[in-house]
Design a protein around this ligand. Sequence first.
Ligand SMILES: Cc1cc2nc3c(=O)[nH]c(=O)nc-3n(C[C@H](O)[C@H](O)[C@H](O)COP(=O)(O)O)c2cc1C
Ligand code: SF4
Length: 474
Amino acid sequence: MAYPRIASLKTHDQFISRLAELGLELPSDENVKQGDASPLAQPIQLKHDVVGNRFCILPMEGWDGTTDGKPSELTRRRWKNFGISGAKLIWGGEAVAVRHDGRANPNQLIMTESNLASIESLRHDLVAAHEERFGNSDDLLVGLQLTHSGRFARPNEKARAEPLIAQRNPGLDPRFGITDDSKLLSDDDLKRLIEDFIAAAVRSQRAGYRFVDVKHCHGYLGHELLGGHDRAGEFGGSFENRTRFLRDIVAGIRSEAPQLEIGVRVSIFDFVPYKPGDDRVGIPEPDANPRLMFGGDGSGAGMDLNDPSRLMSLFESLGIELVCSTAGSPYYNPHIQRPAYFPPSDGYQPPEDPLVGVVRQIQATAKIKQMHPNLTIVGSGYTYLQDWLPNVAQAVVRTGMADSIGLGRMVLSYPDLPADVIDGNVMTRKKVCRTFSDCTTAPRNGIVSGCYPLDPFYKAMPERKQLADLKSNG
Ligand SMILES: Cc1cc2nc3c(=O)[nH]c(=O)nc-3n(C[C@H](O)[C@H](O)[C@H](O)COP(=O)(O)O)c2cc1C
Ligand code: SF4
């Protein structure tokens, strides 16, 4: 594998030439504007709210809450960094479980009654940090991402998977030791879970969050249900059944918390699970069933946006205006979800230049936006663009391919990149995320997540050495 590193593309022309070499179509503005002239500084007018600019912080958890699901000092530090970023849309902060068995790890936050006050104070910390740096928070919109991790649940021990699944899946079941139907959630289980989502949404509103994201991405339960073609009963098979979980949660929130806005983060396409081939380069799992991948074209490695577009029409009919588009899953096909030069330690070498993965997400999002211009759509997967992220971000927003640019890993290494871009400051190169994937490798090995290579705070932590040893042994 020898893809040119982005850091080696020193001029905008070189970046454009590399895109052309790969046959990729991606707009990029040579000159990034600043201040009021910047397309990225323009507000978004929603039905009931204004979002001050076109940068959004994507949800990112740190595997660092307390065992009873409250934020720790590390969690607070990350959220304060989100606050000082300059982005005016905070998409969910991080995945917060609606109940214990839905936690992706034993340190994930849980939106219980007893945790309400501390999750409220987390939002408060973020808003206070934003106000301190930018003067006010009138045009800052903060939501909370609500989740059940389903197949990827590990509520009690970091090393023990306790999956609860929507359907059997031959490409994934062996990875979890699933050999029978005992892990399948029944329709009654799902109905109880719907009530838990609604209760967590009501608490989120009481905690001052302006919207909740009813998470439907990355292979977690909501997403698995969208692809639940093989599930029997009320929640599987037809499009109507596969979206029943979402529709019932939305109906419940509308009735119990009518003032609360609702957003949905969706993997708008998916490929089959990948695994390392003989040379460690990723290959599609041969036993997978491509029919189960929501937004897949049946080949296992291609997209068909018809079903996702139907989902967007459903959102419109339900009065949902906020959508965050993402793709695939960080567990079973990370190269389409978070393109990286250096894969996480449990992954596979990228089967394509990571730029291909970036452009796939941006173009798919643009198609969805074109088909559903009334939705406010946040895009994801931009971090691999590195030094050229602002150029592409500006062009994407300027040409209406997305309404807002979501930032994930980049804000872990470079928290105030949005402010720097809008203020016209030269980017600080040493803070640019180079997609080392330590923030993914660490939690896969039971270590809190953070940017160990570039963030001085994490650089100084003893876990950095632990991670380095682990990588050199692996
Ligand atoms: C450490 C880490 C934690 C993440 N946690 C979440 C999460 O809690 N919820 C979620 O929807 N996505 C999560 N993601 C995915 C990001 O939101 C984003 O989709 C992904 O990193 C791709 O965007 P990027 O290229 O800007 O990094 C996480 C990503 C990372 C690196
Ligand atoms: S550890 Fe830091 S540099 Fe590496 S991918 Fe994560 S944010 Fe980027």
